[in-house]
Structure formats: C-alpha cells, structure tokens
Design a protein around this ligand. Structure first.
Ligand code: ZN
Length: 252
C-alpha cells in the first residue's frame, strides 16, 4: 500500500558464541563446532529509533551459562549501536525484548531514555524460571537495580507498537517469547530472537536450543512461516554486521 509506513532494519553484532552447531538445530550437524554472532537489530521509520534486544550485561557472568561467549570492544552494545546506526545511547526511544535471557536483555539499562516492551508472561518467567532456563536469566539485567519499573511496557499477546511495527507471541524457547515484525520495502522482516537461533529452525522446521515446550516451538515456527518474508534469527551466521539483507523465509 502507498502510504504504509516502511522501516529500515539493520543487524547489529554484539558478541559471538562458539558452540556445537547441533545445539541449535536439533542434532543436525552434531560435532561441528562453529562460532555464531549474538544479534540485536536497529530499526527506524525516519522518526523513531528502535532496538530489538540489547545483548550482554556482564561477559564474565554470562560465561557461567555459556562458556563459549566472546565480546570485542566494538561489540559492546552501545558502541555497536553508535557504529551501525549512528545513535547515541540516550537517543534510543524504544527497546523491544524478544525475551529476557541475559544475551538479549543485558544492556537495556544503558539506553536511559528508552521504553522497554516485553510480554507480561516473560516478565513473570524471568523472576520465576524453571530449572533449565534459570542460568540464562540474570535478574540484574531487568530488576529495579537495573532500571525503574516505570520504563517497562508489559504486553499481552500480539500488539501493534507503531504503524508497520508489531510483535507476535512465539513461545517455546521461553514462556513469554515474542518476535518482532517490521514492514520494509522488501516485505515483512521478522526479528525472531531465539525461537529461531538460525534460519534452519524456520526453514527446515528444526527446534532451537533450549526448549520449554516442544509443541509451542513448532506452532511458533508455523506462525513465522505464515507471516514473514525475511528473518533475522538471534544467532544466524549467514548475515553481515550492519546489513539489511536477511534470510528469506521458505514458506512451503
Ligand atoms: Zn534465549
């Protein structure tokens, strides 16, 4: 449509993790050790400055959950956001957290003027995680020592945040996981967080790393296939830092 708001979305690399590829692809590629990026996304409609996810808070703490994690100076979130988007940290208006794992919510507090959007169910889960999820939640990323609770916006279900920008619920990796959809000149781009660690999750219907509900995962992958044309998965190695070219979603 002519007057539809279009967004420009860019991938922002904020670290990397070395791991067995099959951890992310449900046994496919077992024994193959690879290094994958940790992605955030920056997006603008010409007016708003939006980040999806904010990377790591404290590398040493995150190493306890994920020993293969690394971060260069230029990958510290606020440095990388300035480099790729040209934004100072106090200029970001909106943060949308796909979920509150510590490699996706770690630097929210650095963006002092941003409202932070998360599903209400994810917020609850982040304070009461089930055992396998617990090492990945670091309360210091999001509790009141990190930032005022007034900065949070709690969402319930699918919500349009701004014209051309909406979230859909995609549970399964965590209870309150959401994916973020942007209308762009190339179609709908899905910033998927960890419901898809890599594009194979959606394109080959393979479950990602850390699953709390198998049935929810496969329903969420169906949702993304139905809606999105392109995907920026949370840890996809086939995307360039700073690029707006993402992986086509195969919709059989
Ligand atoms: Zn995660």
């Amino acid at each position: 449509m002519k007057n539809e708001v279009k967004w420009v979305v860019k991938a922002i690399k904020v670290g990397s993790i070395t791991l067995d590829r099959s951890a992310m692809t449900h046994y496919k590629g077992k024994g193959e050790i690879i290094k994958v990026p940790i992605w955030c996304a920056g997006a603008t409609d010409g007016k708003h400055k939006v980040l999806v996810d904010t990377g790591i808070r404290d590398l040493e703490i995150y190493k306890k959950a994920e020993p293969g994690v690394e971060q260069k100076e230029c990958e510290i979130t606020e440095v990388a956001v300035k480099d790729i988007m040209g934004w100072d940290s106090d200029e970001v208006d909106i943060i949308i957290n796909t979920h509150l794992h510590c490699d996706h919510s770690g630097s929210n507090a650095k963006f002092v003027n941003a409202k932070c959007y998360v599903q209400k169910s994810e917020w609850y889960e982040a304070f009461h995680p089930i055992a396998p999820e617990a090492p990945f939640y670091d309360k210091a990323c999001y509790d009141k020592t990190a930032m005022s609770y007034f900065r949070w916006e709690f969402l319930e279900g699918d919500v349009e945040i701004l014209p051309g920008l909406r979230v859909i619920t995609t549970p399964g990796h965590t209870k309150g996981h959401q994916s973020v959809l942007f209308n762009t000149n190339n179609g709908i781009v899905c910033v998927s967080g960890d419901i898809c660690n890599v594009a194979e999750n959606v394109n080959e219907n393979l479950e990602p790393n850390i699953v709390i509900s198998v049935s929810d995962v496969y329903e969420s992958l169906d949702r993304i296939r139905e809606i999105a044309h392109y995907i920026l998965p949370g840890h996809e190695p086939g995307i360039e830092n700073g690029s707006s070219e993402f992986i086509p979603v195969i919709n059989p």
